[in-house]
Design a protein around this ligand. Structure first.
Ligand SMILES: [Zn+2]
Ligand SMILES: [Zn+2]
Length: 370
């Protein structure tokens, strides 16, 4: 339909003196609007702002997360801060404001950043991989092996074939069934932030949960202090106690307390768990599966990605260089591509060493030393 509309307002056709022939059907048009790659993205993500922002399709819980943070913080700033500033210190709203801004920015960055999606293999690449798999040298049919093994720091790591993306997944990559993408260094799919958490947005996610822990604990502490001071007196609140309780309705305090009380423990626990993961250079996915602890049948010879140093692991995970997004979502599709090829075929492929080499030298995929 868009092509039809384009021809109807074509200035060349308007300026032609001869009667113009009726426009041909859309299928025969040669002039087409150049499509961007996000418009034909094969995964289940959504895009807005012409592909500048990406988020998962099932992001319905994200407004709830944002709403809880906004409502709780607003109640705190409106009802608790004036009292605490008057009777304690004026630093309280400043600290709360900084934490609040940090939490919201981290949340939005986690939600709207490409988590490290790998582009699917193009038709040629997929056919090439299939050929390599089938080329087993045996005349009798046998099911093609769908795993490959590579060595990482003298440790055998299995690469599984992704039937959706038509490629062997690089190490630490997993296919998110909700987003329908392979994601590098896949941690988990978080419905609260409405996105996968992976290689490119894990640092934002970690900042989010840690700052949210501080914000929740801070508000919880301030509201409790407010209630104690108002109910028990002391600390120069005699005048405040003489005021009408109706002027300071306590229902907002109760709401804040309930939200903070039930969230602070889970968020603190989550932050602690992810701090352990960061210090160990592990992902949630690996920890749950027990990839390096022997739970999954491996020898349990340890995490090959760990530097065996907590500080180095933290630096690598949180402060390492931000890898570029591999889905060139604002790039243009080939204009005369008759076959709707996978839109990301032109993009430089991720380090799929397994395509060419099955066994690699030790340390080939090892993290580079700092
Ligand atoms: Zn996949
Ligand atoms: Zn996902």
């Amino acid at each position: 339909m868009k092509n039809c509309e384009y021809h109807q307002i074509d200035p060349q056709t308007l300026s032609t003196p001869n009667p113009t022939p009726p426009p041909p059907p859309c299928a025969e048009r040669t002039i087409t609007r150049a499509k961007r790659k996000w418009e034909a993205f094969p995964g289940r993500n959504r895009f807005c702002c012409d592909g500048r922002i990406i988020f998962a399709r099932q992001s319905g819980v994200l407004p709830l997360t944002l709403g809880l943070i906004l409502v709780t913080s607003t109640l705190f700033f409106i009802f608790d801060c004036p009292f605490l500033v008057e009777h304690l210190t004026s630093c309280i709203p400043v600290i709360g404001g900084v934490l609040f801004v940090f939490v919201v920015i981290s949340l939005l960055q986690t939600s709207f950043t490409d988590p490290g999606i790998l582009p699917r293999a193009g038709l040629d690449e997929a056919a090439d991989i299939e050929r390599q798999i089938d080329n087993s040298g045996s005349s009798s049919y046998r099911p093609p092996p769908r795993t490959k093994e590579i060595l990482i720091r003298q440790q055998v790591v299995k690469l599984k074939y992704c039937f959706t993306c038509k490629m062997f997944r690089p190490p630490r990559t997993s296919h998110c069934s909700l987003c329908d993408n392979c994601v590098e260094r896949f941690d988990h799919h978080c419905p609260w932030v409405g996105n996968c958490v992976g290689k490119r947005n894990y640092r934002f996610f970690y900042s989010f949960i840690v700052s949210l822990s501080f914000l929740t604990a801070f508000i919880f502490g301030c509201v409790t202090t407010h209630l104690v001071m108002r109910s028990q007196g002391g600390n120069g609140v005699i005048f405040a106690l003489q005021e009408s309780p109706a002027r300071y309705p306590f229902s907002h305090c109760q709401l804040e307390l309930v939200v903070c009380f039930f969230s602070v423990w889970s968020i603190l626990g989550l932050s602690g768990f992810h701090t352990y993961l960061v210090a160990s250079n592990l992902t949630t996915n690996e920890d749950i599966k027990g990839s390096w602890s022997g739970k999954s049948g491996s020898e349990g010879s340890g995490n090959p990605y760990s530097y065996n140093n907590i500080f180095t692991n933290c630096c690598v995970v949180l402060c390492g260089p931000m890898p570029p997004s591999l889905i060139d979502r604002r790039g243009f599709l080939p204009p005369d591509d008759a076959v709707p090829a996978p839109p990301l075929a032109e993009i430089e492929q991720p380090p799929l060493e397994a395509k060419s080499d099955i066994n690699m030298g030790p340390g080939h995929l090892s993290p580079a030393p700092l």
